[in-house]
Design a protein around this ligand. Structure first.
Ligand code: AMP
Length: 355
């Protein structure tokens, strides 16, 4: 007991220094990341990047290419460099501005690994094993259920807490991980000192976005179900083909019937890129049982082409300029390292690791 009291006083003394250290930290810091495990797709755009592009004008933003996370499922690093550069190029092509946001590569900020280690001592096996994404990935890769996969949410919490970020623009699939980041932050705050704000999912729309796959099963993804995912690098012909293959049926035979899930998904995709007039027309056609899915898919395909093609072309240009992409990452890492170092001085002090 005595020892605890001593420790408490000891921490209180240091909190004064910490407040001095962190006092200048502005509110509403934003952090998010994308793994370099393949080509970016519409889900990445609407679930994450679209918000990055808006938020960079309003907040202090840290966006990163999560190369360390990718090692949990992709231990072969032959294509890693190319994938890192592709994620950088595609984000910039979508409008991310490296002069406004800090855009860096996770492994270039070494403090990430240090905070990950400390947070691992605050994460329990039971809660990690229950994570839905862990269970899914363990099922998909039974030969590589490594400890990094289990502690994936801890690494994610480290990325976020390293910048003391409060707003996290992510898709709906990340809700549980964010809940865990809040748990780890609160555990740290209670055990050592109140350093971390509670990170919250952020989306300009009230609802978090899930972009469904074209075949009505699950969501668009970098590595799974590629034929039913629209990638930002897909050419016009591929986009049209994929959309035309989207799952539909012969249409309703009666007026005002309930929409099947896979048709709802197609309407959800229309809402991302089509005009409201078009959506209203096809909704009315469905309700009147006069809808022609072939026409709908043709129009959706064209709107997807118009949306994706300019991004693809910009990304292609950037990918040819490796020097520039490297400079962008270095510029981002410089800013991210500054923020990470300040947090870690406070973390080490709070934990008593300052001898
Ligand atoms: P990942 O592709 O898992 O590295 O995720 C990068 C970001 O894209 C995260 O914020 C995800 O929530 C988001 N994301 C990935 N797939 C989708 C999807 N199909 N719909 C909405 N957001 C998504």
């Amino acid at each position: 007991m005595k020892k605890t009291g001593f420790r408490f006083n000891y921490l209180r003394r240091n909190i004064t220094n910490m407040n001095e250290l962190l006092i200048s930290t502005p509110k509403n810091i934003v952090m998010s990341g994308i793994r370099p495990t393949g080509f970016l797709h519409l889900g990445n755009y609407f679930g994450a990047i679209r918000n990055y592009v808006k938020m960079q004008n309003e907040f202090e933003c840290y966006f990163m290419v999560a190369d360390l996370h990718s090692l949990t499922t992709h231990p072969d690093t032959k294509e890693l460099k190319q994938n890192v550069y592709r994620v950088v190029a595609e984000n910039i092509a979508c409008g991310l501005d490296p002069d406004k946001a800090s855009f860096y590569c996770q492994s270039h900020v070494r403090e990430t690994s240090e905070l990950y280690l400390y947070l691992n001592m605050l994460a329990y096996m039971g809660e990690l094993e229950k994570t839905v994404t862990f269970k899914d990935k363990a099922r998909q890769n039974p030969d590589n259920i490594n400890a990094g996969l289990l502690t994936y949410p801890v690494l994610q919490a480290a990325d976020i807490l390293l910048h003391r970020a409060g707003y996290i623009p992510v898709g709906k699939d990340q809700e549980q991980h964010l809940e865990m980041a809040r748990t780890f932050a609160n555990r740290f705050n209670r055990r050592y000192a109140n350093i971390f704000p509670e990170p919250k999912a952020f989306n300009y729309n009230v609802e978090l976005v899930k972009v469904p796959s074209l075949d009505g099963t699950g969501k668009m993804s970098k590595s799974e179900n590629q034929a039913a995912t629209l990638y930002l690098a897909d050419d016009d012909i591929t986009i049209r083909k994929k959309v035309m293959k989207a799952k539909t049926d012969n249409g309703p035979t009666e007026k005002n019937t309930v929409m099947p899930d896979y048709i709802e998904n197609i309407f959800a995709l229309m809402k991302l890129v089509c005009s409201s007039d078009k959506i209203e027309k096809y909704t009315a056609d469905f309700n009147n049982a006069t809808i022609r899915y072939g026409d709908l898919k043709k129009e959706l395909g064209e709107d997807m082409v118009n949306f994706i093609a300019p991004i693809r072309l910009r990304a292609k240009d950037l990918l040819g300029d490796e020097k520039k992409l490297k400079e962008i990452m270095e510029q981002g890492a410089e800013k991210a390292n500054k923020s990470a170092k300040a947090t870690m001085v406070a973390v080490r002090e709070a934990m008593g690791l300052n001898y």
